[in-house]
Design a binder for this molecule. Structure first.
Ligand SMILES: Nc1nc2c(ncn2[C@@H]2O[C@H](COP(=O)(O)OP(=O)(O)OP(=O)(O)O)[C@@H](O)[C@H]2O)c(=O)[nH]1
Ligand SMILES: *[C@@H]1O[C@H](CO)[C@@H](O)[C@H](O)[C@H]1NC(C)=O
Ligand SMILES: *[C@@H]1O[C@H](CO)[C@@H](O)[C@H](O)[C@H]1NC(C)=O
Ligand SMILES: [Mg+2]
Length: 405
C-alpha cells in the first residue's frame, strides 16, 4: 500500500513539473501586446468609486485597450469614436443591490461593455459597502455614489400634513397600489423634479435611467446617446400605457393652470395629440413609461421644465394624490418638446414587470441576437399608447406589426 502510494506521488510530481515548465515557456512567448491588454483590462476592472463628489474622473475608461486580441486577431470589443457627455443613473436603496446587479449585468452585456459610460447611483440614505462593491465590480465605467439632500426628499412646508395623511389612509382603504406609501411619493417627486439637479448629475448632458430587475433582450450596437444628439432628440421611450387614473385625478387641471400661466413654454408642433383626444381639454392618461428613459438633462434643467415642475409641486398632488414621475415627465415632453424630439427606441428590447417591449420584425430580432418572445410584445396591445405615437408622427408601423397585434 505505502510503496505504491509513494510511486504514484513521484508520477504526479513529475507531471506537475512538466505542466509548470510548459506554462512558463508558453507565457514568455506571448507577444508583449497581450500582456499590455491584460494590464489594461485589470486597470479598467479596478475602476473607481467617487462619493458624492462632482467632476472627479479617474480610472476605468481612461485605459481602453486598443490593440487587437492576440488570440482572435479581432479588434477589442470596445467602440471607437467620440464619447458622449453621458451617464447611467439609478435611484436605489441598499437592499435593492441584487435586483440592480441583475439590471447592470444586462446593460453591460448588451451595450455598455463597448462604451464604458459612467454610472451614478443616488439614494436618500448613504450607500453601504456591499452596494458599492457589487455595483462597481459589475460596471465598466466609473461609478459615483450620491446622497440626496434632505430638502429634495421631504415634505415641502406648504404641504398640509393632516390632509396628506388622510389621503394615504383613504388610498390604503381603496387598495391603490403604493397609495399608503410616503417613500414612494418622495421617490416620484424626486424623479420628477430633482435627480437631474443632483451635484453628481451636473457633470453630464445625457442620462439613461435604469431601475432594478429590468431586462434587455437585444444587442445594442451603436451609441444611443450619440443617436439622440445627432438626430436632435431630447427624450425617448420603449413602452407607453394608460396611467391609473385614481393616482392623478387633478394632474391635468394643474397642467392646464401651467399652460395658462406660461404659454411661452408650450411649443408649436408638440405632441398634445398623444396626451389628449379633445385638443387639451381632458387628459387621456397616455404616458411614456419612465422606468426606462434616455434623455437630455439640460432640457430638464431648463427654465421651462423647472417652471412646470414648480407649478405642479405647489399644487400638492405629489402628496394629496400620488402623482407618478411617468405622467409628469411625459406631459412635459408632450407639451414642451417638438414631436420630432421624442424618440421611440424600437431596437431596445426591454422588460420591467409586468410589460415587455420586444421589437416587431423578425429580422431585427435575429440581427440583434434578441432573446425575448415576440408574443409578449406590449406595443400593439389595446392598453398601450404606442400606436398613438406612431399615428401622431405619421411613422409607418414596423414590419410584421399586424401579425403581432
Ligand atoms: N433610495 C431610494 N430609492 C427608492 C425608494 N423607493 C423606490 N426607489 C427607487 O426608485 C425607483 C422606482 O421604484 P420602484 O419600486 O421600482 O417603483 P415602480 O417601478 O413604480 O414599481 P415596481 O413595479 O415595484 O418596480 C427604483 O429605482 C427604486 O430602486 C426609496 O425609498 N429610496
Ligand atoms: C389641513 O387639512 C385638514 C384636513 O383636510 C383641514 O381640516 C385643515 O383645516 C387644514 N389646515 C390648514 C391650515 O389648511
Ligand atoms: C457635460 O455637460 C455638462 C452639462 O451641460 C457641462 O457642464 C460639462 O461641462 C460637460 N462636460 C464636458 C466634458 O463637455
Ligand atoms: Mg420599478
Amino acid at each position: 500500500m505505502a510503496g505504491s502510494t509513494r510511486y504514484l506521488r513521484y508520477i504526479v510530481f513529475a507531471f506537475i513539473c512538466l505542466i509548470v515548465v510548459f506554462l512558463f515557456s508558453s507565457t514568455s512567448s506571448v507577444p508583449s501586446q497581450a500582456s499590455n491588454i491584460i494590464k489594461d483590462q485589470t486597470s479598467r476592472w479596478r475602476g473607481s468609486q467617487v462619493d458624492d463628489v462632482s467632476g472627479a474622473h479617474t480610472g476605468k475608461n481612461d485605459n481602453k485597450p486598443t490593440s487587437p486580441n492576440p488570440h482572435t486577431g479581432l479588434p477589442p470589443a470596445v467602440a471607437s469614436g467620440p464619447r458622449m457627455n453621458a451617464t447611467f443613473v439609478t435611484l436605489a436603496r441598499n437592499n435593492d443591490v441584487w435586483e440592480i446587479a441583475r439590471s447592470i449585468r444586462q446593460v453591460e452585456d448588451r451595450f455598455n461593455r463597448k462604451y464604458n459610460y459612467d454610472w451614478v447611483f443616488l439614494n436618500d440614505q448613504p450607500f453601504d459597502d456591499t452596494f458599492k462593491k457589487v455595483t462597481s465590480a459589475l460596471t465598466s465605467g466609473n461609478t459615483k455614489y450620491g446622497v440626496i439632500p434632505e430638502e429634495h426628499w421631504s415634505f415641502p412646508d406648504f404641504i398640509n400634513q393632516t390632509r396628506a395623511k388622510n389621503v394615504r389612509e383613504d388610498m390604503a382603504a381603496r387598495k391603490i397600489i403604493y397609495g399608503d406609501s410616503v417613500s414612494y411619493r418622495h421617490m416620484c417627486r424626486y424623479e420628477s423634479g430633482f435627480f437631474f439637479r443632483h451635484p453628481l448629475m451636473l457633470d453630464y448632458e445625457w442620462y439613461w435611467r435604469v431601475e432594478p430587475s429590468i431586462e434587455l433582450f437585444c444587442d445594442i450596437n451603436y451609441d444611443t446617446f450619440k443617436y439622440m444628439a445627432d438626430n436632435n432628440k431630447k427624450y425617448s421611450f420603449v413602452l407607453s400605457l394608460y396611467e391609473y387614473v385614481e393616482t392623478i385625478p387633478t394632474l391635468w387641471d394643474s397642467v392646464k393652470g401651467f399652460m395658462k400661466e406660461h404659454p411661452e413654454h408650450v411649443v408649436e408642433g408638440n405632441s398634445m395629440q398623444f396626451l389628449s383626444d379633445d385638443g387639451g381639454n381632458t387628459y387621456n392618461h397616455c404616458h411614456f413609461w419612465s422606468n426606462f428613459e434616455i434623455g437630455n438633462l439640460n432640457w430638464l434643467r431648463s427654465p421651462a421644465y423647472i417652471d412646470y415642475f414648480n407649478k405642479l409641486d405647489r399644487d400638492g398632488g405629489f402628496f394629496y394624490e400620488r402623482w407618478g414621475d411617468a405622467p409628469v415627465h411625459s406631459i412635459a415632453a408632450g407639451l414642451m418638446l417638438k414631436k420630432e424630439e421624442i424618440h421611440f427606441f424600437n431596437d431596445i428590447a426591454y422588460y420591467h414587470v409586468p410589460f415587455t417591449h420586444c421589437p416587431t420584425g423578425e429580422q431585427t430580432r435575429l440581427d440583434l441576437k434578441c432573446h425575448c418572445n415576440p408574443k409578449e410584445n406590449f406595443d400593439w396591445n389595446g392598453y398601450s399608447c404606442t400606436s398613438r405615437y406612431f399615428e401622431l408622427n405619421s411613422i409607418t408601423k414596423p414590419e410584421g406589426y399586424e401579425k403581432e397585434q
